[in-house]
Ligand binder design. Structure first.
Ligand SMILES: [Zn+2]
Ligand SMILES: [Zn+2]
Length: 264
């Protein structure tokens, strides 16, 4: 059994064949799906999907690229939904920074504020965080430590393989591993994988993006987490079944601890 801890099922690229996508995944052993929040405009769709399927859950949050949606997003309304499992994805992303130095500094500052605000919401509602970090490891880590985000913990989704973030394993953070692991140029992630404590590894697609080999270039979908599990098994020299059991146990602990009794 696999839990896909990060799959944007509310993306329009799944609108036409969502039933088939989910059924293929279920047949491959994927038994739960978490839709992260990103752009609040697709949140109603995420909730509609989570209400339609027993095995789909969602998170509420604002991606650093969609910060304009933060003001006015009524977290309270969504967090109390019985299928809301986390706050996020939220975090820091300097990949697309542009403009003058001052403009870039202002953008970084704004990202930090919106990130901190979401950490506080997570603490207030006792929900784990789904964290997105790209080209901003140092600043993001400082914020997580300073805001005492360890109180709720979370996942560094699509873990960027930065050494600096590894110590967050001791701060109640998990490491989301997806299709990148199968890429030829993913040496950094391949090398760091064995150094991540096993009890902190979880699996994700991040679909429709980051499709693993041998489907690279196509739309990603949750069934393809099986390729990630397979690759992880090879790299960690563990039976695939053990990798699935381990990562599922970890994901259950992080996201479903509070209501394990409610799920089959
Ligand atoms: Zn992300
Ligand atoms: Zn995402």
């Amino acid at each position: 059994m696999i839990i896909d801890t990060h799959i944007h099922l509310d993306d329009e690229r799944y609108a036409d064949d969502l039933d088939e996508v989910l059924n293929r995944a279920r047949e491959g052993g994927v038994q739960r799906f978490i839709i992260p929040g990103a752009d609040p405009s697709t949140l109603p769709r995420a909730i509609e999907i989570a209400e339609r399927y027993d095995d789909v859950y969602f998170a509420v949050g604002v991606h650093p690229y969609d910060m304009d949606g933060f003001v006015g997003l009524e977290f309270a309304k969504y967090v109390e939904h019985e299928k809301c499992v986390a706050i996020g994805e939220c975090g820091m992303d300097y990949f697309r920074l542009e403009g003058s130095d001052e403009e870039q500094e202002a953008e970084k500052k704004r990202q930090a504020e919106v990130f901190r605000a979401q950490i506080e919401i997570a603490k207030q509602y006792k929900k784990p965080l789904i964290i997105h970090i790209r080209n901003a490891s140092h600043d993001a880590k400082m914020i997580l430590l300073d805001a005492n985000a360890a109180e709720v913990g979370g996942v560094l989704h699509c873990f960027n393989a930065d050494d600096e973030l590894l110590s967050l394993a001791n701060e109640n953070f998990y490491f989301g591993i997806g299709g990148v692991l199968t890429f030829k140029n993913a040496k950094k992630l391949v090398n760091i994988l064995p150094r991540i404590p096993k009890e902190k590894l979880i699996i994700e697609t991040d679909g429709p993006y980051l499709t693993p080999v041998p489907h690279r270039g196509e739309r990603n979908e949750p069934f393809y987490t099986t390729f990630v599990a397979q690759k992880m098994a090879e790299l960690l020299e563990m039976p695939r079944q053990e990798v699935e059991d381990l990562t599922t146990k970890n994901a259950l602990k992080l996201f479903f601890n509070g209501f394990l009794d409610k799920i089959a």
